[in-house]
Design a protein around this ligand. Sequence first.
Ligand SMILES: C[S@@+](CC[C@H](N)C(=O)[O-])C[C@H]1O[C@@H](n2cnc3c(N)ncnc32)[C@H](O)[C@@H]1O
Ligand code: SF4
Length: 378
Amino acid sequence: MNLSIALYIHIPFCATKCYYCDFNTYAFRKDQVEAYIDALAVEMDLYASGCPPLRTIFFGGGTPSILSAQSLDRLFTDLHAHFRMCPDAEFTVECNPGTVDRDKLQVMRAAGVNRLSFGVQAMDNATLCQIGRIHKVSEVIRSYELAREAGFGNINLDLIFALPDQTVGQWKHSLQKIVALHPEHISTYNLTLEEGTAFYEWWESGKLRLASDELEAEMYEMAIDMLTDAGYVHYEISNFARPNHFAEHNLVYWNNEPYIGLGAGACGYVDGLRYTNIRGIPDYINCLRRRQKPIMSSERLAGRAEKAETIILGLWKRKGVCHESYQRRFGEPIAAEFGAPLEKWIGFQMLEWRDDDLRLTDQGLMLANEVFMDFLPI
Ligand SMILES: C[S@@+](CC[C@H](N)C(=O)[O-])C[C@H]1O[C@@H](n2cnc3c(N)ncnc32)[C@H](O)[C@@H]1O
Ligand code: SF4
């Protein structure tokens, strides 16, 4: 029985598609938005009965901030009509630089949004253009200032590194510019080449040069050094925060705890069932017009698969997997299922015990994916 739960709501609209992105997003169509919000309200209704209060809420995308102030207002009104919130709930909205204005920010504040996450990606216009972003550095700064003026005291900025043709100098410049803004939270993601993206197509046809593993590692180490020197706590593989500003919503994922996912293509994890919603917007809307949950696929995690997920997600945190929580959840120590990989990776000094937590060592961070492979179900 959960006393509180997390909620993710997906807004699958973007102005254009960035060259690297494979998230479930479509070109913004004003005529589709109202029907989509109607559908979300029905989906909320299907999950609301008996739902414990919300501990964290995350509106992600896509680009939630592409919606008008009126649409955002409707969406938040529906949310409050269906769900109760914990008094100190973390409430995040993902925003693209250049898509927020005073009205939208005011609507968010009034609805209880207390955290914003901006997809900055880079702080030089040449790189932004090369990766298909439509904003400029000046818009990052303007949107950030507007958010501060509106009273937001908890802001995350996303960056991507190891981008094609990105130099170490450009990456250092982006980090310096971001630190100078003093956000509470910074996410730095290494580029993942995803099938179905423009980057993937160009790479297959030999037109795109990816960063070498060495360059990627150098950029990652540079981020760790610069951000920790600037007072940020490196608390997850890709995430840095001022003390007391860790992303509570993401911690739910990394702790493999339940969350409701609503919206086209959203994923959720409720009562041990991991589910993924229908991805296409028209099909999603039609399903909810029939008042049916728009679930496309689901899987009940149990046994080794559930244990492996708990370990791998937990190892993403620098603190690692809390052994006591693991034993409480599964009724056995980690070694009962994973004795061999534990011995191997502790022997190679890629994993270590610190107090009661199993965590990646500093060198283990660089080889995290290889370590994780050994925990996957056979
Ligand atoms: C789902 S996106 C939504 C954010 C928002 N729409 C934006 O782009 O401003 C969240 C973040 O994921 C990261 N991201 C998306 N695709 C990525 C990829 N292929 N490799 C690395 N990071 C990626 C970006 O940093 C992005 O800000
Ligand atoms: S990175 Fe953000 S803005 Fe770009 S396509 Fe993906 S979700 Fe949309």
